[in-house]
Write a protein that binds this ligand. Sequence first.
Ligand code: FES
Length: 574
Amino acid sequence: MQTTQTVAACALDELKSATCKVVSIAGKTILVVYDDGRVFALDNRCPHMGFPLHRGTVRDGILTCHWHHAKFDLSSGCTLDPFADDTPSFAVEVRDGMVYVDPRPREPDRRIHWTRKLQEGLQQDLPLVLAKSVIGLVELGAVEDILTLTAEFGLTNRAAGWSTGLTILTAMATLLPTLAPEDRRLALYHGLVHVARSTANQAPHFDLGPLATGETTATRYLEWFRQFIDSRSAEAAERTLRTAIHMNLPQDTIATMLFAACTDHLYLDEGHTLDFANKAFELLDHIGWQHADAVLPALLPHLVSADRAEERESWRHPVDTPALLSAAYAELEAWITEGTRHPQAWSGHEALAEHILDEEPAAMLEAMGRLIRDGVPLRELASTVAYAGAKRLVHFHVSNEFSDWNTVHHTFTYANAVDQAIRRASSPLVARGILDGAMSVYLERFLNVPKQPAPRPSGRPRTAADLLATFDGYGHVEEAAAIVADLLATKHHDQVVTALGHALLREDAGFHQFQIYEAGVRQYERFAHSRLGDDVLIGVTRFLAAHSPTVRATGQTFRTAERLHRGEALHAEP
Ligand code: FES
């Protein structure tokens, strides 16, 4: 007698002679297979790209799909080829010459399934599997799981430490609410793809344990840590940081340790080092401070090996900028102390930015020192330097070497990183980054010669679609900037931000495109509803337009996963 869970599928004799039968049970198309005296039931849709499995070949307990030749174990539906995913399998019973199938999949928990697939996709660097996993897990509301699992994977399996992939993942997670709803899954997918790529073929990392120590003084850990980073002693720095974390020193103390080490030398690795440190703290904002022990030490390989700008000729000649900065740093704490006695509201951002862009460095540092002593908050000065960096992008002339886009990009994103670090854990140590960021803006003044004029609103009606169309052709930098100027003049700021996000995500964007979009949104929000915010968006637009279009393969993979998720037949004629 039939149980309540199983449904009659076909007669056994009929199946024996046909080998395979496709049956429709409880809304599912199920493939029933007879092989070597046993009966099996699988979902008839190949989990890879949807080809009907009944058109495959069955032999020796294995079904092979004919489209990309993925192989599946008949008894479980598990694939022998991880690119293909597992196909749901169903329990069967043979009674009284009839085959019965239980239409409930053997693995009903989709969260467990997609979590496992996410891990396999990261391990094997399989973009389509990652796309399907993101879609599946986002549908289940498991965004935090995606971030936590991907972060754990990217941190554990990379001896080289923090990666550009983790930076992209974190930046996209932070910007999810800013992006158009239809772009949010794609944003996470980009992060996963870059983490998998950054981790492929890398040696794993083995943690050093904390010290078993009675030393509890926070300043001692700060001194040790800075000293070990200065001498490029990665192991000693790791044990110091890990011990400070295990002792539960306050989060802003830990942040000060890292930010101080990032600013003990000038403009480390063109600003990437401090930006990575910020992103590590932002990742912890998403997944929880309990992961600090795994996340923060990953910064150290990069921190100890970073290029120090004071060792660069361009920073030494013809002006010895490290000497100027060193003199200013010696006064900085006293300036800040004096300023905190009479803090003031301040609105001189634009004037100071012009000073930073065009003034000689000694005079510029003197002006900034005066403002600090006058009580202008450090965060106002930090965001002004970021704004000056954005103006370099606005006026960058395309007659420069193409690679010099990166030069102005680095300064802008570094200045943004200083601004974010000041907001997280302000101290005289991290405030040094305001000054070397301003110095970097000064050093790039020749990239605004000739000076590209800022676009003026034309009065023409424009749409986000007009803007996106300019990204379809190479080098439409000024056209894109002009359209953004028109959109901003008509108060379509939100449309510009989401359209730029869409323009970014539909490309095979590299690290710098993600980095500049994130920094641009942060600084735009800082200066929203002002001409300064508009300038930031125009600068970011010009950079993104200069780097578009690409072949857009990442988006194609993601769209394929979306179509499969909707149940579309990719193999059928459109
Ligand atoms: S292997 Fe079956 S569709 Fe690709």
